[in-house]
Design a protein around this ligand. Sequence first.
Ligand code: 13P
Length: 287
Amino acid sequence: MLVNAKEMLDKAYENGYAIGHFNTNNLEWTKAILKAAEEKNTAVIIAASEGAIKYMGGFEVVANLVKNMHDAMEITVPVAIHLDHGSYEGAKSAIAAGFTSVMFDGSSFPLEENLEKTREIVELAHSKNISVEGEVGGIGGEEDGVTSAGELADVNECKELAACGIDFLAAGIGNIHGVYPADWQGLNFERLNEISEAVNMPIVLHGGTGIPDDQIKKAISLGVSKINVNTECQLAFAEATRKYIEEGKDQKGKGFDPRKLLADGTSAIVSKVEEKIDMFGSENSAK
Ligand code: 13P
């Protein structure tokens, strides 16, 4: 059975590690993330953005893919299926389709509207035992057509959003989606610390790709309990698949069979997810 993300994140928050949130794109991705989590004996969050959900065929397809794959692989660690950067309508659709966790990203709305809509989503989600992530202060970069300059979240706004009943909070602290530019200033730990002291709840770090180990560890020590990774898995998959083709393996025997063609890329995702789980410190935390 899939679970919501509240308990696993509260446990991570209390014990000083972070749970990995890994975005899925298809069946191979889903399998790879589940395999890595089971091998590392850690809870995991499988996430899908609305763009990926549309690509895969809709909310129910994704919820059922994760549920059925979880059961078929006889996964024993806690797994949540989470909507990433959900719109107001998207969050409602995910709740109806059987997602166990949703992010309502109202960060592009005026604060009052974000608070009001977040409260509504919290009420609906909690009535079905589904956890909710809220966001204030945009995360920089671009994801599925949503761009943001990556401002630092305002501490009072974080407090107000936390009071809406959310289970974990995404707050901009200089993090950006995608690969970090060479002149990136790093995470703003001063702001993270202020937010953390003000809200006293698990904090979510978006844009996990390429954040150096020491910054990840410091962020976790200041209350970050969920770290989102997407681009790094895509890069690992693309690199391994390119290598397979450049070595002409798709032209030897039945190397063009998609089960063979995608195998190296899929293994690369497993390795990347395992590497991140080690970095986040959640290995062997499941039992
Ligand atoms: P990256 O693509 O930078 O890893 O960010 C992922 C993310 O934050 C998903 O919400």
